[in-house]
Design a protein around this ligand. Structure first.
Ligand SMILES: Nc1ncnc2c1ncn2[C@@H]1O[C@H](COP(=O)(O)OP(=O)(O)O)[C@@H](O)[C@H]1O
Ligand SMILES: [Mg+2]
Length: 259
């Protein structure tokens, strides 16, 4: 995959980033002493957790269903507020900055593709840029480049219902990452896909990471994804975050492969 050079609008966003507060020397993503309970008095989903991802780092969040993986991502993109502690994105305290200021530096990819059914593939991808203020012609040009990057240039005129699940997810990724964001958050991005299609989506994430080195945090319970990437793995369980070492992960993978 070859992602092409940035447009004027993308350069403007970078300049804005330079003047808008985010400090490049800060951790890209950080939780400090974060506690979150959805109901008062209930057992917290996260209990005084700390986490730091450096700029350009690629990490996975794993753990059982209901452990709090989505909650960690939601804290970063501002859909959930912590009861205690601080959440920082590119040095910005998300409690003190309007959500749109934080989110313009992010690409968000979800399990359900959430494409707009009345728009074509090209329009869906361009929309990701239009809502960030790209002029329509630049948005369309960026959308074409991004569709080529995910191998879907031939499907630009189709509607979402004319695509397979894997193709829909690639459109979702193209839309989410059209502005080459420095932060990529993905919540079970291959959760609805078979293993071959998941592999294809994974290769797109890898190409994206090589291309502009965003900080990427991907929540998944797919062992395949963890094995393919050999990246840092953070486990969410019992209100805590723990690091999985590569060695123990390979062991766990082998165990799971036994009959
Ligand atoms: N909006 C909410 N209100 C109440 N409970 C919630 C809400 N969102 C998530 N939870 C609960 O918090 C826990 C963690 O959820 P989540 O972060 O979605 O876990 P995961 O993504 O690891 O499956 C679960 O027990 C879930 O039921
Ligand atoms: Mg989840």
């Amino acid at each position: 995959m070859r992602l092409e050079r940035r447009t004027e609008a993308e350069r403007r966003m970078e300049a804005d980033r330079a003047h808008g507060g985010p400090a490049p020397t800060e951790p890209a993503l950080a939780l400090a002493g974060v506690t979150k309970a959805y109901r008062r008095g209930a057992q917290p989903v996260l209990c005084r957790v700390d986490l730091v991802l450096r700029p350009g780092e690629w990490a996975f969040l794993t753990g059982p269903s209901g452990a709090g993986k989505s909650t960690v991502l939601k804290l970063f993109y501002g859909a959930v507020r912590p009861d205690e502690g601080t959440v920082r994105v590119l040095g910005m305290d998300v409690a003190r900055v309007p959500p749109h200021r934080v989110r313009r530096h992010m690409g968000l990819v979800f399990q359900s593709f959430e494409l707009l059914p009345q728009k074509t593939v090209l329009e869906n991808v361009a929309y990701g840029a239009e809502i960030l203020g790209f002029p329509p012609r630049e948005a369309a040009a960026a959308a074409r480049r991004m569709l080529a990057a995910v191998g879907l240039e031939g499907l630009a005129g189709r509607f979402p219902w004319e695509l397979s699940g894997g193709e829909q997810q690639r459109v979702g990724i193209a839309r989410a990452l059209i502005h080459r964001p420095p932060i990529v958050l993905a919540d079970e991005p291959t959760g609805n896909l078979d293993v071959d299609t998941a592999r294809r989506v994974f290769e797109i994430f890898r190409a994206v990471h090589q291309e502009w080195q965003p900080t990427m945090l991907i929540a998944t319970h797919s062992r395949d994804l963890l094995e393919w990437a050999e990246a840092r793995v953070i486990r969410v369980e019992g209100g805590r975050l723990t690091e999985d070492t590569a060695a123990s992960r390979r062991g766990a993978g082998k165990e799971a492969a036994l009959p």
